[in-house]
Design a protein around this ligand. Structure first.
Ligand code: AHR
Length: 489
């Protein structure tokens, strides 16, 4: 099979947004406890933070991290998790049927962000709480000192404010599973009032209104329109969340899941622009794709709810294979290709919970297959994103009809052009020739395996890892079910 890909520096979409490479740390399962934080672990530092996880987080190239939820945030009282640890109350976490010990809170998280070199992105609770508590958290985080909340932060050891720029106004408020779930008008009003008050403190904050939890929600589209009618002048972003999984052994449809993400992005962009037109506004609302990943939700939905309210149970610990990593790569290609409107994104989540990094309590940390496409894109996507023209054979999918086998995007700094490409064929290599102002391949890697269900594990952490891909001039042959990074001179 053969395909051609044309690139041209004139086909500029937008700069690569560093925030495309965000992730997510939620108080869920073992993401925080025995994930980023495990006092007593052989690699733990003076703050109880696992330095092996910190090192892998840096290697992953993460830029921003959303915190503390997720569904968790909608029942969370942030004040419970600051101050002397021995005085912090344990609380029921209704979202995940767990006990939250509050050993980690905003101060520990900010310390972890500083050590990992990351930008924090905070979410406020608009489920059980409202404007007042959001303002208190903002003051605690961002005000230098001299007020009750800022002085409390200083007393808790953080002299300098955290200066958090990006704030999510609640989480998935369209979902009936959400604590304090609201209809679009109720949420739109609350988000507007919270945003208005937060802007009274700092007009330059970047605020995210909740969009739909997925494009299959019955209120998808209508939700975004109503929420934005209330919040258009007050927020910068509308959020998108999407999770994909292979269903009923239909690998072909699964590998084409980025088709749905593209449709999602197009629909939300059109809806936001329609609201802007109706309001006669020239402002554009961008998209924060702040939860995306492969997640085998069907397995989670059938799992028994822990009866005894455990602390940090093993929840949502998906063990990813090669095909999952290729799907993640394809989703990354889509996010990059839409960098004109998707200016922030978070892979959900970072450690243990549907995550690229796994840990064992007291044991090693290791890279899942999905670690690699993220790390390579975060490292090599620099400069501008280019629109690419592909001429590719197609295949038929049950979910999305006819889909090209080749899925690709490119970035360029002028000196260096990089193509990110997926071959969706389940059994055929695809020879791809790149046309444009490039002379030869400098370096190319492929992530593939003869077994599409091959996985990494603590014992075999490098079974699936990028390996060199031979090139001939500007032609490379992409193995079946593969994620590829091709750097050109
Ligand atoms: O990332 C796991 C969960 O998925 C989050 O808590 C929630 O926002 C979403 O439904």
């Amino acid at each position: 099979l053969e395909a051609r890909l044309t690139i041209d520096p004139a086909f500029r979409v937008a700069p690569v947004r560093r925030r495309t490479f965000g992730t997510f740390v939620e108080h869920l399962g073992r993401c925080v406890y025995t994930g980023i934080y495990e006092p007593g672990h052989p690699t733990a530092d003076e703050d109880g933070l696992r330095t092996d996880v910190l090192a892998l987080t840096r290697e992953l190239g993460v830029t921003t991290v959303r915190y503390p939820g997720g569904n968790f945030v909608s029942g969370h009282r942030w004040e419970d998790a600051v101050g002397p640890v021995e005085r912090r109350p344990a609380r029921l976490d209704l979202a995940w049927h767990s006990t939250e010990p509050n050993r980690v809170g905003v101060d520990e998280f900010m310390r972890w962000c500083r050590k990992a070199g990351l930008e924090p992105m905070m979410a406020v609770n608009l489920g059980t709480r409202g404007v007042g508590e959001a303002l208190a958290l903002l003051e605690y985080c961002n005000h230098p000192n001299g007020t009750a909340w800022s002085d409390l932060r200083v007393a808790n050891g953080a002299k300098r404010p955290y200066d958090v720029r990006m704030w999510c106004l609640g989480n998935e408020m369209d979902g009936p599973w959400q604590i304090g779930h609201k209809n679009a008008a109720e949420y739109g009003r609350l988000a507007a009032e919270t945003a208005r008050a937060m802007r009274m403190y700092d007009p330059a904050l970047e605020l995210v209104a909740c969009g739909s939890s997925s494009s299959s929600m019955p209120t998808f589209g209508a939700w975004e329109a109503t929420v934005l009618e209330h919040t258009y002048d007050l927020v910068d972003y509308i959020s998108c969340h999407a999770y994909y999984e292979e269903k009923d052994g239909d690998l072909g449809s699964f590998l084409a899941c980025a088709t749905d993400m593209q449709h999602f992005i197009d629909s939300v962009t059109a809806t936001a622009d329609a609201v802007g037109a109706k309001l006669k506004s020239r402002k554009k609302i961008n998209l924060s794709f702040d939860e995306w990943n492969v997640w085998y939700q069907s397995r989670f939905q059938n799992a028994p709810v822990p009866a005894d309210w455990p602390v940090a149970p093993r929840l949502l610990e998906d063990h990813y294979h090669l095909a999952d990593a290729v799907a993640v790569g394809s989703l990354l290609i889509t996010l990059l290709a839409n960098s004109d409107r998707v200016t922030a994104a978070c892979l959900a989540q970072l450690v243990n919970v549907i995550a690229p990094i796994m840990t064992e309590p007291g044991g090693p940390a290791w890279r899942q297959t999905t670690f690699h496409p993220f790390a390579q894109a975060a490292r090599h996507a620099t400069g501008d994103v280019l629109r690419v023209e592909t001429d590719s054979p197609t295949y038929d999918t049950a979910d999305y009809g006819e889909v090209p086998l080749l899925h690709a995007t490119a970035t360029t700094t002028g000196d260096q052009t990089v193509v990110f490409a997926v071959n969706r064929s389940v059994d055929r290599p695809l020879s791809v020739t790149v046309d444009g102002p490039v002379t030869r391949v400098v370096d190319a890697t492929t992530l593939t395996d003869p077994d599409v269900y091959a996985r990494n594990s603590a014992g075999t952490p490098d079974r699936v890892t990028p390996r060199p891909l031979p090139a001939d001039g500007t032609t490379v042959t992409l193995p079946p079910v593969s994620w590829n990074v091709i750097r050109f001179a």
